[in-house]
Ligand binder design. Sequence first.
Ligand SMILES: Cc1ncc(COP(=O)(O)O)c(C=O)c1O
Length: 408
Amino acid sequence: MEARSQFPALDRQIYGKPLIYFDNAATAQRPRSVLELQQRMCVEANGNIHRAIHRLSADATALYEAGREAVRSFINAPARENVIFTSGTTASINLVASCFAERYLKEGDRILISEAEHHSNLVSWQLACGRHGATLEVLPVDEDGEISLNELERRLQAAEGRIKLVALTHISNVLGVINPVREVIDIAHRYAVPVLLDGAQGVVHASVDVQALNCDFYAFSGHKIYAPTGIGVLYGKRKWLDAMPPYMGGGEMIETVTFEKTTYAPLPLKYEAGTQNYVAAACMAPALELSRQMAEDPALQAAQRTMQDFLLEELRKIDGLRLYGTPRNPECKIPLFSFTVEGAFAGDLAQILDKMGIAVRSGHMCAEPLLHRYGQTSMLRASLAPYNTLAECESFVASLRRAIKMLR
Ligand SMILES: Cc1ncc(COP(=O)(O)O)c(C=O)c1O
């Protein structure tokens, strides 16, 4: 299939140069199918969902629920009740950090995270721990960016029931390493500890089946998987979603309200207070459909592998360049490369590359403690999507070499 032509944003010129968009881990570009549905809904089906009798509301509600069904099927959730729409990964994790903690966390308890967490999956738990007298326990990553399953087991054993949840990134946004989440979940469950996976990157690069994984919660954002911003998903097992209290109060999440007492709507609406981003939710359907098509296209997958191998080889050749996230098994790496270059500050490199039409990420990448673990405060990151090309990779490497030369 031809993926690139479906993304009109890639036709842009930046400072007179063709755009090379290598910041896909931050947000992905949107295909025509998503843009068209977005436009069509705003014009033809803009009525508040689940509320009115009129036709516009009915049409918007049907498209919203079709978006939910698309998510359910994409991650193989057992039922629509397991799929909660939120505004993004951060909101999904905060929902669990707030509601799970309120129900289950008490003084002296712990939440286990890894050293490679995005701030979303760190600060939200720090806040929850602070509110309930609990503490964060941090599983380290090694020089290559990998966690140790033995160490995980050792900590669960030593905690003697005080670890109440493991919150782990499926794939780190800095290291691009696919964590052995299936094994993590099996181990945690042996100690009766539920597992939340931060799937912001995982859902894009790994084929996610929440039932096969047996995770308790899975959180991700739409905008990283070709949908608009402002929509995200929380998958949860029914037993937790039933047991936890609601997150926010407001419209939609109620069954009956009196001044004395409120009863709550059945799942999934119990956690969907207020007017949802129904346009973006509906757009999950075409976005996930395209993602599925791209993942199943052998030519696109082979091209992506070629680009990944090329970049790894070429970046390694650059004098003074240090790569982070180099798992022993190359199959556990996605096409995402974070690095530092001796004698060239990441922010300066990103600025020069931008003038050459190349969009990359620089800075702490919302994972300050992880950068500190490697003795850094800033890195440069190039992250690819299936619509990128080998020619772009070649141009990126040549431009990076020129930028480094300018700074040394
Ligand atoms: C691993 C990971 N977790 C969480 C997030 C936060 O996602 P959002 O800002 O869409 O809520 C990101 C975004 O970069 C991420 O890469």
